[in-house]
Design a binder for this molecule. Structure first.
Ligand code: NIG
Ligand code: FE
Length: 411
């Protein structure tokens, strides 16, 4: 099946197979290769060819899509979400308006523990049905690949239930989905004074089952004061690696937690959040292949300071952007809003933000060989926008939808 998209005002993030970028870092993040007045040919779900309209030959194709002077980009790659959850938490949102902090709420047993209680009361099929509805919205807003974490089970059965839901989503949805076992998210109340017991439960009971059933690619820990210490994170990541899971870390959201360093020590694919970053963390990342992943939606929603994107990029690092979609700290799965936040609050240019949400997001999920750019042989996951005056208009017009259609795997 061949589909030809014509009359594209500008086709962005184009590359040839020999000029392919696996990540965009430092000053190169400003570069977003493109072709004006373009066409794009898709065959059997893959990008077959592209070029300028005046080079369009008489192709054989079954279907033509007129982009009507919209721009075309690779679909977003959202490399950090908690999309499977039982219930929203707007009561805590109101509590925070009235003066409590995210930490206060966690300390009194709300937050993640509240989500865990609800999750353990909800059936696998109900979780699946709700998650599928959310995934549909994710797709409509232009996301074609997504990472989804467990972490609201906090018990063997609950964690396995979440990961089985993610597995079913992978089998059902046309989106590319990566699964992360968020082993250390919070200590359940009964283990607050017995960290050793909970870590034993993770390592001896959860991990072998997760690995046996092939339920996850990654292992993650919330390394933070009041959550998991560096030592605890270290042990959990090490155990995960033994079971073939690659590390990711929730690091430096509230404090300089040491999460970046322990992640890099274990060759983490990414360290995520990074609201608080000093020179030590930046130097540590410069010596690694770990992708710094910024989650400005969480900073926005918790009214915290934003991640120092400029410092990281100007130091020569790559950055990825992701939503962190979850019921507590970022109840939005909309990558378009994340791009606007990155530009307005973190002073990333539109080109940098789009690199962060495409090729670098793909790298943070290890799908950059298949997704994240317009390159022959890559999967045809693309966004077609309405006719808009320029690329910058996307983040500029925050809150209004500029997407006309989204194609996943050529459909
Ligand atoms: O990435 N920081 C830890 N975990 C999530 C929040 C989870 C929650 O509040 O439910 C995050 O922000
Ligand atoms: Fe998160």
């Amino acid at each position: 099946m061949r589909t030809l998209i014509t009359n594209i005002a500008t086709l962005y993030q184009t590359e040839t197979t020999d000029s392919q970028r696996w990540v965009a870092k430092g000053s190169d993040m400003k570069n977003l290769p493109h072709i004006n007045h373009a066409w794009l040919l898709i065959e059997d779900g893959l990008i077959a060819d592209f070029g300028e309209m005046n080079t369009l030959n008489s192709f054989q194709f079954e279907k033509e899509i007129d982009a009507k002077q919209g721009i075309v980009l690779p679909a977003w790659c959202d490399s950090h979400t908690h999309l499977v959850f039982a219930h929203s938490r707007e009561h805590e949102f109101v509590d925070r308006i009235n003066g409590l902090t995210y930490e206060d709420i966690a300390k009194r047993g709300g937050g993640i523990l509240h989500s865990a209680k609800r999750l353990n009361e909800t059936s696998e099929s109900e979780l699946f049905d709700n998650a599928l509805v959310r995934l549909e919205e994710v797709k409509q807003t232009g996301t074609g690949a997504i990472e989804i974490k467990s972490g609201y089970g906090l018990q063997v059965e609950g964690e396995l239930k979440m990961l089985r839901v993610i597995k079913r989503l992978k089998e059902t949805s046309e989106l590319t989905i990566k699964a992360t076992f968020l082993a250390g998210h919070a200590y359940p109340l009964e283990y607050r004074e017995n960290h050793e017991g909970f870590i034993k439960l993770i390592i001896d009971e959860m991990l072998p089952n997760v690995a046996n059933e092939g339920l996850a690619e990654y292992i993650d820990v919330f390394c933070e004061k009041g959550f998991f210490s560096v030592d605890e994170t270290d042990r959990i990541l090490e155990a995960g690696v033994k079971f073939g899971l690659k590390p990711k870390v929730h690091a430096n959201q509230l404090y300089n937690s040491g999460g970046v360093q322990v992640g890099v020590k274990h060759n983490a694919i990414s360290v995520d959040h990074l609201e608080t970053m000093d020179e030590d963390e930046i130097n540590c990342l410069l010596s690694s292949n770990t992708m710094p992943t910024l989650l400005p939606g969480a900073a926005f929603f918790l009214a915290m300071h934003y991640q120092p994107a400029r410092k990281l990029i100007d130091a020569g690092l790559p950055v990825a952007l992701a939503t962190d979609f979850n019921p507590g700290s970022c109840p939005s799965s909309n990558m378009n809003f994340i791009i606007s936040l990155a530009c307005t609050q973190m002073k990333m240019t539109p080109e940098e933000a789009i690199n962060a949400c495409t090729i670098n997001g793909a790298a943070a999920m290890e799908v950059n060989d298949k997704l994240g750019s317009i390159c022959k042989g890559k999967q045809a996951n693309v966004i077609i926008t309405k006719p808009i005056p320029s690329l910058a208009y996307l983040p500029y017009s925050f809150g209004s939808n500029q997407i006309s259609s989204v194609m996943i795997h050529g459909k």
